[in-house]
Design a protein around this ligand. Structure first.
Ligand code: ASP
Length: 313
């Protein structure tokens, strides 16, 4: 039997201690702690990595501090369009949704796409039609309205830019941060899984879809290599096929998880201006949490070890 392990993220970006109040820091840490404990309780009792990933992400989606589910950022039209994906490392099964509105937990819908449809990725109206068919819970606009996010949209519109959640140099409120959430897990049977969920970027237009719902870019899991969930400037993460690139470096070049992450996050992404980070876990239970931004909300837990929670560099 393996030891279990898991890691989560709540977004990367310019997260500086100087702009953080003790209350805010505590709220983020508590949110991360709740989510990692929820995931761990599944793994501890012999549950699957896949279930742990979904459970931890639902906790983060229900927390308005993070840019996913409740707390998702506003699009240019003043709506919320959410992206999510989940993948099982055992059989490479995956499900994803993009541009869904009103769905309470996009990660659960991504799972339903995997388990209850013959497809991998459903988008927009089709995804919502499918959500109704599988009785996915919906919430109204009020549920998704968060004042800070609304203020962010007004400021993004003024500068006519698409903004990553909490961009300090363009947004008065808070820090520059990509508030997407994700989880990677390894269960007692040695199976890996990964998932990611996001509201995307403030002021995004034209049905823009980021990396979070793209298998291989924002999310990837393969029992032979690793499980990865990304956060950062989605366009650059798609172009770099980040999650799969790390798996490939391990599979074809026999690099360690750490070596592969260093190349992709600290070198390849940096060279094209791809700010952000990721959480990575390999089949032996090694965890790496690299980011090339100033900070990343992150937490990890290995069996028989204390929970680690980090925010800054
Ligand atoms: N990667 C996400 C996107 O581009 C943003 C984030 O990580 O916060 O949609």
């Amino acid at each position: 039997m393996n030891n279990y392990a898991l890691a989560i993220h709540g977004g990367a970006g310019t997260i500086l201690k100087s702009t953080m109040t003790p209350e805010k820091e505590l709220a983020y840490k508590t949110g991360l702690q709740d989510a990692i404990e929820a995931g761990e309780s599944i793994l501890k009792s012999g549950g699957s990595a896949f279930d742990a990933v979904e459970t931890a992400i639902i906790k983060l989606e229900n927390n308005p501090l993070f840019n996913a589910g409740k707390g998702a950022v506003f699009t240019n039209n003043g709506t919320h369009e959410m992206d999510a994906s989940i993948m099982n490392g055992k059989d490479l099964m995956a499900g994803a949704v993009a541009g869904v509105q009103g769905v309470k937990n996009p990660i659960a819908l991504a799972r339903a796409v995997m388990e209850q449809s013959e497809h991998v990725l459903l988008t927009g109206n089709g995804a919502m039609e499918f959500a109704k068919k599988v009785n996915a819970p919906f919430e109204n606009e009020e549920y998704f309205f968060v004042q800070l996010r609304y203020d962010q949209l007004q400021q993004a519109k003024q500068s006519n830019s698409m903004i990553l959640d909490h961009t300090e140099d363009k947004i008065e409120h808070g820090e520059k941060k990509f508030g997407t959430v994700g989880c990677v897990a390894l269960d007692l049977n040695g199976n890996l899984a990964a998932g990611t969920s996001t509201g995307g970027m403030t002021n995004k237009k034209f049905g823009r879809v980021g990396d979070s719902s793209i298998i291989g870019a924002g999310t990837y899991a393969n029992n032979n290599t690793c499980a990865i969930s990304c956060t950062g400037h989605g366009e650059l993460f798609i172009r770099s096929v980040v999650a799969y690139d790390i798996s490939c470096l391990m599979e074809y070049k026999n690099l360690s998880l750490k070596e592969a992450c260093d190349i992709v996050v600290m070198d390849k992404l940096v060279k094209i201006g791809g700010e952000g980070g990721l959480i990575a876990l390999d089949a032996k239970g090694n965890i790496v949490l690299p980011f090339n931004s100033d900070g990343m909300y992150r937490a990890s837990k290995k069996q028989n070890e204390d929970i680690f929670i980090g925010i800054y560099k």
